[in-house]
Write a protein that binds this ligand. Structure first.
Ligand SMILES: Cc1cc2nc3c(=O)[nH]c(=O)nc-3n(C[C@H](O)[C@H](O)[C@H](O)COP(=O)(O)OP(=O)(O)OC[C@H]3O[C@@H](n4cnc5c(N)ncnc54)[C@H](O)[C@@H]3O)c2cc1C
Length: 306
């Protein structure tokens, strides 16, 4: 998409900007083509200006965090990609509020948040140990594990609308679902307030985190690029088991392979392209459906042009 020089130079004044930047540099799959413009806003006002300018110029906007739950097409993403992650110039802020809630900016990495909470003597957030990416991505996806999820601990979120209006939204646990927080589409999460328990015994919190990390290292193929679990678990079933029972362990297309260690992970085994991964996803869905009459829905977000 051609973006005129004047618009690009206005964007440049609002943050760190790159053009035609390959997104595989940022995605956990290590795949994905270029974005026309990628920008790390320098502050909240700049973010608002980027949103409004993009709207004026009819440029599509995509907001990304740690890029750990994404499959980006090989032809990349048109328009403007706004990065809200730790490389952002918006310095990640974590504070303990007078109310006892903990506020955390969207761009803070989950492991940084975890460390802060352990040091400050809180518990309840241990489930996010080993889950990559940022707090904003975790909130919007309602990321979690069998030990808990974001909806268990979030109290409210600060969002920016597609008109640049900032508002606070209370989160009702019932409105959240499996990998969704129920936040309106196109809202940009700027941060969240978390309700955690005060915990004097920091050692036990640390031990729980270490034990979760050890277990994940054994169960997940962390030596290869991936985006975590590819499919949601259908009600009453485990996706990994359906894929395993369908005989797909180790199945490869191009450089993409169904992990032998955890069959709900697709790994970038050897210079995979996104199209290899998407073809493997389609193949798995088709095979599982034909064998068991069960539909697998992707948990990862598939975006951009293929
Ligand atoms: C090895 C591995 C293990 C994983 N294990 C787990 C797990 O146990 N549980 C789990 O739930 N997930 C897991 N994941 C997936 C992923 O890490 C989580 O979903 C994570 O919370 C995504 O956060 P992110 O910042 O990387 O989001 P991204 O991948 O950058 O974005 C995900 C989606 O959120 C949107 N988004 C991101 N930030 C914002 C924002 N600030 N405002 C609005 N929209 C935004 C994006 O547009 C996109 O649609 C795993 C991934 C890997 C690679």
């Amino acid at each position: 998409m051609d973006i005129n020089k004047k618009v690009t130079s206005t964007f440049k004044s609002l943050g760190v900007l790159k053009t035609n930047e390959p997104l595989k540099k940022y995605t956990s799959f290590k795949t994905g083509g270029p974005s026309d413009i990628i920008i790390w806003p320098k502050n909240r006002d700049a973010l608002k200006e980027i949103i409004l300018l993009s709207k004026n110029e009819s440029l599509p906007v995509t907001v990304l965090g740690g890029c750990s739950n994404l499959l980006v097409g090989d032809k990349g993403i048109r328009g403007v990609v706004i990065m809200l992650n730790s490389m952002s110039k918006i310095k990640g802020r974590i504070t303990i509020e007078d109310s006892g809630l903990i506020y955390c900016d969207a761009g803070v990495r989950k492991d940084e948040f975890l460390r802060f909470c352990v040091d400050a003597g809180f518990s309840g957030m241990e489930f996010m140990a080993g889950v990559p990416g940022c707090i904003g991505g975790g909130i919007i996806m309602n990321a979690g594990t069998v030990d808990g999820n974001f909806a268990d601990i979030i109290s409210s979120v600060v969002c920016m609308s597609s008109d640049g209006v900032v508002s606070m939204q209370t989160i009702a646990k019932e409105a959240a679902g499996y990998r969704t927080m129920g936040i309106p589409d196109r809202s940009i999460v700027l941060g969240g307030f978390f309700r955690l328990r005060k915990e004097e015994n920091r050692k036990s919190v640390k031990e729980k985190i270490e034990s979760i990390l050890r277990e994940r290292m054994q169960k997940h193929p962390l030596d290869y690029p991936s985006a975590g679990s590819v499919f949601k678990n259908p009600p009453g079933h485990s996706s990994w088991k359906l894929i395993d029972d369908a005989g797909l362990k180790g199945k490869s297309i191009g450089g993409a392979r169904v992990s032998e260690l955890h069959t709900n992970f697709i790994i970038n085994a050897e210079k995979a392209m996104s199209r290899d991964i998407v073809q493997l996803i389609d193949y798995i869905r088709e095979t599982v459906f034909l064998k068991f009459n069960i539909s697998l829905d992707p948990e990862i977000r598939i975006i951009g042009e293929f």
